[in-house]
Design a protein around this ligand. Structure first.
Ligand code: BMA
Length: 376
């Protein structure tokens, strides 16, 4: 369905149809004032698993294996004829006032292509790898255990953190569709909190500090900055059990979507059994907490198995009620740093088999229903 035509021709009708009142009780974003398109997107995230799982790829429209910034180009599209249903983008560097992300992508290019993806009907999600507020190092700088505390209210770097969020807020507010309405974004801050790879990780802050950071961030963007086009994804890393997953969970009123980041690392853990276990737990948690669930980051770097898509990913995600699965980026400047398909790679054909499989429907961009309108 062409969302743009519907929205421009029938905007007032649709705004009524998209109103939050149209959503069944329980399917309300944690922002009570979420705008119509954002509330409709949220409702559709509950509905989409009955149709299939949306396929996502980080930075897909910006660059790919061996190329960058070529209009309309996409590694996924070149392999299977369609863009990913979920477009992933990165905010790291924006907080510091940089014009380019930590992956050297200009933010105005991200904004332009993100809005274009929305106009085509895709779903946009943004990750954020902010610098360490204490050291000025990267998100991966974990040498201190006080970075989170330092940006909470009363902390030494709290004013700086507000400035960071002001910059993010200005970016989110600038994302507009052709009809002038705000573009909804699935925002995924402070991810992989059960790991210790980032300064907000399990060893770097206490559960209470993490929860306070999350709540402050949501409250600041939503209530102080008045952003109503965001849905918030909580996405821990590998976890032992439901208790571990929820240890740092800020509460149902602060989270819209339950996610999981879990990479296939052959030496470290069994992706098949571990992935199935964690996604089954995520499915139960989604049901208990009335939240949609997503496999928010995954992949096997360099895809050494030419049948990775059908041998590993498909059995892990099948039947888990997920609204999407997103594989990480195909770097343009690092030959071995890719997680998605590209033409000429040994797994290209298997990716097409994965996309067309009849066990777990996989949805690409053009197969999506109108995600920004609630169909009666
Ligand atoms: C990581 C790697 C890095 C990148 C970061 C943010 O997983 O891909 O090269 O800078 O994500 O996109």
């Amino acid at each position: 369905m062409n969302r743009l035509i519907l929205c421009t021709c029938l905007s007032s009708m649709l705004l009524g149809a998209c109103s939050r009142d149209a959503a069944p009780a329980g399917h309300r974003p944690c922002d009570p004032q979420a705008d119509a398109a954002t509330a409709a997107l949220y409702e559709n995230l509950f509905r989409i698993p009955s149709k299939g799982i949306m396929f996502g790829h980080q930075d897909d429209l910006l660059y790919g294996h061996g190329w960058k910034y070529e209009p309309d180009r996409s590694d996924v599209k070149e392999c299977c004829g369609d863009y990913p249903a979920v477009a992933g983008w990165e905010l790291g560097g924006l907080e510091a006032g940089c014009e380019q992300s930590i992956d050297d992508v200009p933010f105005d290019t991200i904004a332009r292509l993100l809005c274009a993806a929305y106009e085509r009907g895709a779903v946009n999600t943004m990750s954020w790898h902010p610098q360490n507020p204490e050291t000025g190092g990267t998100a991966w700088d974990c040498q201190t255990t006080t970075a989170v505390r330092s940006i909470l209210p009363g902390g030494e770097h709290h004013a700086q953190f507000r400035l960071w969020l002001d910059r993010l807020a200005a970016f989110f507010a600038s994302l507009k569709g052709k009809d002038g309405s705000s573009v909804p974004v699935l925002f995924r801050p402070f991810h992989e909190n059960t790991g210790s790879g980032f300064w907000w990780g399990e060893k770097q802050c206490t559960p209470d500090e993490y929860k306070a950071l999350w709540r402050f961030t949501v409250s600041y963007l939503r209530d102080e900055k008045g952003l109503h086009n965001l849905l918030y994804i909580y996405s821990p890393d590998l976890f032992r059990d439901a208790g571990h997953y929820l240890e740092r969970y800020p509460g149902d009123e602060w989270v819209d979507i339950l996610g999981l980041d879990a990479y296939h690392r052959q030496q470290d853990w069994d992706f098949l059994s571990g992935g199935r276990r964690m996604l089954a737990t995520l499915q139960s948690l989604g049901e208990q907490h009335h939240k949609p669930t997503a496999f928010t980051e995954t992949g096997l770097e360099g895809i050494p198995d030419p049948h990775w898509w059908t041998r590993w990913l498909l059995p892990v995600i099948r039947g888990k009620g997920l609204c999407y699965v997103l594989v990480w980026r195909n770097a343009h400047d690092r030959a071995d740093h890719f997680f998605g398909p590209w033409v000429g790679h040994a797994s290209e054909e298997d990716f097409r088999v994965f996309v067309a499989n009849d066990q777990q429907p996989v949805l690409l961009e053009s197969q999506l229903p109108d995600m920004y309108h609630i169909e009666k």
